[in-house]
Design a protein around this ligand. Structure first.
Ligand code: NAP
Length: 234
């Protein structure tokens, strides 16, 4: 059977939930990872509407034990078939930070969730990625050092810059198996994080991001693109 297996983190709301919806709509088998599956009402409804194609599993990205538990669970729900697409989507943004008052705990939380989390989860899941699979790290243009022109959201910016380095390193590590790893900026999107004034709907952003991922080639691995496929500087 030719099944396409995807795993999405932070899948209970925002862009993650929209990735799940669009992947299901195109016929994929999806593992939706989130902190509290029991409270993920929309995901559980979607699972009922797509029997056998959506599994909701627990994941706290900031806890490496949780990565190991998820990696152990994945082959059980895919019938040992490999993963074709891993979307490291979960992220945190602490708003309202001001220079002079940036808190160590916010820097730590951003590093663990935005950078170390996707790196360690990809490492834990690497044995289960198909040859030629794709890993998409949902980053932000805020993590681009080249584009920074103001002091804003430092914990988030540093966490995403570190995630960008993780993308580059993972691309190197996984290239021998033909696995592509890219950083993607979704645009400014109307979610809890992006706020109601944001320019894009989650539907538009995710549709664009999936178009960028579909024809991706190995020579594009280790690069940074926006939701329309435009290259971004590191
Ligand atoms: P969102 O609405 O705030 O959703 C964030 C998701 O991440 C939630 O599912 C949340 O789960 C999950 N999450 C946070 N910490 C986690 C942890 N430790 N373990 C597991 N899951 C965790 O954000 P969004 O707008 O959908 O953002 C998705 C991605 O796009 C993020 O990486 C973000 O940085 C990036 N991005 C967004 C925008 C934008 O304009 N929206 C722009 C640039 C980049 P809980 O429900 O359990 O908190």
């Amino acid at each position: 059977m030719d099944r396409h297996h995807c795993l999405v983190t932070g899948a209970n709301r925002g862009l993650g939930l929209e990735f799940v919806r669009q992947l299901l709509a195109r016929g994929d088998h999806v593992i939706a990872a989130c902190r509290q599956p029991g409270k993920a009402t929309t995901l559980n409804l979607l699972a009922g509407e797509h029997p056998g194609r959506l599994q909701v599993l627990p994941l706290d990205l900031a806890d490496p034990r949780s990565h190991a538990a998820l990696a152990a669970e994945v082959p059980l729900v895919t019938d040992e078939e490999p993963l074709d697409l891993l979307i490291n989507n979960a992220g945190v943004l602490r708003g309202g930070e001001r220079f002079g008052q940036v808190r160590p705990s916010d820097l730590d939380a951003s590093f663990h969730t935005n950078a170390a989390g996707p790196f360690l989860l990809t490492q834990a899941l690497a044995p289960q990625l198909a040859e030629g699979a794709t890993v998409a790290n949902i980053s932000s243009e805020v993590g681009s050092i080249a584009l920074r022109q103001e002091f804003r959201t430092p914990s988030y910016a540093m966490g995403k810059a570190a995630q960008n380095m993780a993308t580059s390193l993972l691309a190197q590590a996984l290239a021998p198996r033909g696995i592509k790893v890219v950083a993607l900026h979704p645009g400014w999107v109307r979610t809890d994080m992006g706020g109601a004034q944001a320019a894009l709907s989650a539907q538009e952003s995710v549709a664009g991001l999936l178009r960028v991922l579909h024809p991706l080639t190995l020579d594009q691995s280790g690069e940074f693109f926006d939701w329309q496929g435009q290259p971004l500087p590191w």
